[in-house]
Design a binder for this molecule. Structure first.
Ligand SMILES: C[S@@+](CC[C@H](N)C(=O)[O-])C[C@H]1O[C@@H](n2cnc3c(N)ncnc32)[C@H](O)[C@@H]1O
Length: 189
């Protein structure tokens, strides 16, 4: 069987695989080690564009090296900048915005995404999405900043007007309290 119900991140990627077409313009709001940036760069193809953010220079460099090795750097623009400033560098309508919250795997766990800046970035991302565009967000509860993000985001997304957005919240009910959760938000077409 090729379908595997395996992780929040997989659910987000699966939705993006279905939603995106070659030539798409997308944002990776949390570059980290660059795996999602690479994933998006492959999906958008050579005529697409990926704009990616991370506030850690280490993350940007790891991502740049990975993209270069994969031959995908040319379709990506990397910003060493907090995603809360996304609106300063992105003006065009977006087909998708991907968030994978938390800290840099293998990095400093004190540098993690936080509700206040995540909220600003999600606000901007929802504004920038074109009709039909998709926001995916993986949240990682199980530590104080992650618990706060998950709780506040659940309230925030639940309050979006259904005339403007459809919101889906997926979580693994039997995986324990710290299990990652996936939110999918589509702007009405
Ligand atoms: C879980 S990692 C992302 C994993 C990544 N998508 C990948 O494929 O490897 C979360 C990243 O968010 C970054 N981050 C934290 N706060 C941020 C902010 N305000 N703006 C942009 N990135 C931020 C961290 O530096 C970290 O690299």
């Amino acid at each position: 069987m090729s379908f595997l119900l395996r992780s929040a991140r997989y659910l987000a990627q699966d939705a993006l695989r279905q939603a995106l077409e070659p030539g798409a313009h997308v944002v990776d709001a949390t570059m980290g080690n660059g795996h999602d940036t690479c994933f998006l760069a492959e999906l958008v193809g050579e005529n697409g564009q990926v704009i990616a953010f991370d506030l850690q220079a280490d993350a940007v460099e790891r991502t740049r090296q990975l993209l270069e090795r994969q031959g995908l750097l040319g379709r990506c623009t990397l910003h060493c900048l907090g995603h809360e400033h996304m609106g300063q560098v992105v003006q065009e309508p977006l087909d998708a915005v991907m968030f994978n919250l938390g800290w840099l795997p293998g990095g400093n766990k004190a540098i993690t995404t936080r509700w206040e800046t995540t909220r600003q970035a999600v606000d901007t991302a929802l504004y920038l999405l074109r009709p039909g565009g998709l926001l995916t967000l993986c949240a990682y509860p199980g530590h104080p900043a992650g618990d706060e993000e998950r709780e506040r985001l659940t309230l925030y997304f639940a309050a979006l007007r259904p005339q403007e957005f459809n919101v889906l919240h997926q979580r693994f009910l039997n995986a324990g309290p710290g299990a990652p959760e996936c939110f999918l938000v589509q702007k009405q077409g």
